[in-house]
Design a protein around this ligand. Structure first.
Ligand code: FAD
Length: 454
């Protein structure tokens, strides 16, 4: 029996452990942290729970076992993540960033780098270690993130890394990474996407390197945001920050584009299951409300047809979204942790469907869903964030799916037949601004300055 949706005993125990942590240790911390107006203090309120998660083997569960990590399969990581996200996807995002920051080291780093960076992440006696992933950049002019693979050298990623002797010198800005650390002085190690060649486009000129806490020339400012208030996001400025050459991930030299595409698809099922967790919490709250409240009628509103039908639909969609998330994670496990297509399709489909489910739950509860005591405010904010972050569904995930589908080599039955979809550079750059300008044959070349004026 190859297709079997039953969890193994080990998976059930993992789920129980994650649920117990989430409900007993995490849940009491979250309402206060979510209400805290200062983003750095909000984040700090989650630190004791993080240390508990670290000690319980949750915080570094996704990292390879040979370097001290938990060695969880992507599928098992997804099962555990749902339990945390049903309580707080912001906290889960902090944990996810350990993977986003350090899995590229495991994919593109040398043996020495893996031992050094992943080994340090998994052996912190204080249990405070934070990994981070720093790809996103601030908007404005040619700034932004979605067009990182634009063939125009002056568009896309703007953080430059210029080789000077045995160091790279970094100048530019990043935004949204969790790299500020607990104290605003930096995460322990962040994998940063940099432009190492300014004369070529994003499919050739980007690389990835590990920037360590304490590197001079980097400042962090915590961002104040509407959702996931329990995780940190920063505005980062690099001014002549010197990073040793040995921190460049060799497999990622000139391949920063592939790192972005692989990483934001590796996290696809986790972002998807985060949406499942939030929608599950909203559904359970709505069902409970519907069984206890009459809205002035003679029976609890669950007896009304519209309430039962809609909640039934919501339950079905959550169920199918969970299976798609598991399947995409299983695909990662079976295809060398590559799911550039399937991970993206899963993230897009599930996060957008679950957002709709949360709103449907609010419609069922009615006006009282707006009263803070029921928690729908937070469900809605968190559910709205999920399609937008982690490689936004519009500018990044859908564009990648489009690039794969449009490629000559694409087999439309690849996913259903469990074939590996080899993601290639020739699948990139589709739908970037440059493509639109390239389209008319013989059209003059467009500079970044022209685009800014347009
Ligand atoms: C809680 C949270 C955690 C995050 N963690 C991290 C992290 O750890 N590391 C990190 O690097 N980033 C992180 N981010 C940022 C996040 O991953 C974003 O996805 C990323 O910055 C890109 O955003 P974007 O897709 O909106 O791109 P932008 O470049 O900001 O584009 C904005 C919008 O323009 C449109 N658009 C632009 N170009 C195109 C195009 N070619 N085709 C179609 N539409 C287009 C799309 O509608 C897109 O949504 C985080 C964000 C949040 C909220």
């Amino acid at each position: 029996m190859a297709i079997d949706f039953t969890m193994s005993a080990a998976q059930k125990s993992l789920q129980a452990k994650a649920r117990d942590f989430s409900e007993t240790i995490l849940a009491p911390v979250i309402p206060g942290a979510d209400r805290e107006p200062d983003p750095m203090l909000a984040y700090a309120k989650t630190k004791p729970a993080y240390i508990e998660a670290y000690r319980a083997g949750i915080a570094m569960a996704m990292l390879p076992q040979e370097y001290g990590g938990g060695g969880l399969s992507c599928l098992d990581f997804t099962i555990a993540a749902e339990e945390i996200c049903a309580i707080d996807p912001g906290f889960a995002c902090t944990v996810l960033c350990n993977g986003l920051g350090l899995m590229p080291v495991s994919w593109y780093g040398t043996e020495e780098q893996k031992k050094r960076f992943i080994g340090a992440a998994t052996s912190d006696p204080a249990g405070e270690y934070l990994g981070a992933w720093t790809a996103g950049e601030p908007p404005g002019g040619t700034g932004g993130t979605a067009n990182f693979d634009s063939p125009i050298p002056t568009a896309g990623i703007g953080l430059t890394a210029v080789l000077h002797g045995d160091h790279y010198v970094l100048n530019g800005r990043k935004k949204w990474s969790s790299a500020a650390g607990w104290d605003g002085l930096g995460a322990n190690a962040q994998t940063v996407i940099v432009r190492t060649n300014g004369s070529v486009g994003g499919t050739q000129g980007l690389s990835a390197m590990v920037v360590e806490r304490g590197t001079p020339g980097i400042t962090y400012t915590f961002l104040d945001k509407e959702a996931h208030r329990t995780t940190s996001n920063a505005f980062i400025e690099f001014k002549d920050a010197r990073v040793p050459v040995e921190n460049l991930l060799p497999g990622a030299e000139g391949n920063g584009d592939l790192v972005i595409n692989r990483n934001f698809a590796w996290s696809g099922p986790v972002a998807a299951i985060a949406a499942v967790g939030v929608a599950r919490a909203a559904y359970e709250a709505a069902l409970k409300f519907a069984k206890k409240n009459t809205a002035g009628s003679l029976t609890p509103i669950i007896q009304f047809q519209n309430v039962g039908y809609v909640l039934g639909d919501v339950a079905a969609r959550i169920e199918s979204a969970r299976y798609f998330s598991w399947r995409a994670a299983d695909y990662l496990d079976k295809h060398d942790q590559h799911a550039e297509l399937v991970g993206a399709m899963c993230k897009i489909n599930v996060t957008e469907t679950m957002f709709d489910c949360v709103y449907k739950c609010m419609q069922i509860v009615g006006v009282n869903s707006l009263s803070k005591e029921y928690g729908f405010n937070k469900y809605l904010r968190d559910a709205a964030l999920l399609p937008i972050y982690d490689g936004g569904n519009m500018g990044m995930q859908r564009r990648r799916v489009h690039g794969v589908l449009a490629h000559d080599s694409f087999n439309p039955r690849a996913a259903m037949d469990d074939e590996t979809v080899y993601f290639q550079k020739t699948m990139e750059s589709i739908g970037t601004v440059a493509d639109a300008y390239k389209a008319p044959p013989g059209a003059p070349a467009v500079s970044a300055a022209t685009l800014e004026m347009a």
